[in-house]
Design a protein. Structure first.
Length: 135
């Protein structure tokens, strides 16, 4: 339920410091946020919390699980979710993201609150598949 700019965001990233910081940043902006370090844990959290994400933020460069498998399961469970990859400034594996059409945009870590909020708001206004979240 997207109302008044409030977006449900799920963060999938094994870096606890990054996840804690991003959760606080997004919560302070008024968004609903849940997170998990792994997709296995994420599936459990999403099932228990009755939380349907509008946007999924993930760092595919540091996932222990197969990114293709995660994206397939995620898109089956939440077909309207907008997936944005949060990638390191080094650009590590950035080109490989193009092979995953489910990932609709990227943002480079670290990012500002304003940059992330602008991307989330754009994803909220855009039809699925049309979000321009490239940094």
């Amino acid at each position: 339920d997207k109302t008044a700019g409030t977006i449900s965001v799920f963060i999938l990233d094994p870096n606890e410091d990054y996840t804690r910081h991003t959760t606080k940043l997004l919560s302070n902006l008024g968004h609903r946020v849940r997170s998990a370090a792994t997709w296995t844990l994420g599936k459990s959290i999403l099932a228990q919390a009755a939380f349907a994400p509008d946007v999924l933020l993930l760092d595919p460069t540091h996932m222990a699980e197969d990114i293709g498998h995660v994206l397939r399961e995620l898109c089956l469970a939440f077909p309207d979710v907008v997936i944005i990859a949060c990638v390191p400034a080094s650009g590590e594996n950035g080109l490989a993201l193009a092979t995953y059409p489910a990932i609709l945009g990227t943002i480079t870590k670290p990012f500002t609150a304003e940059k992330m909020d602008a991307i989330l708001q754009a994803s909220n206004r855009s039809p699925i598949g049309k979000v321009q979240a490239h940094d």
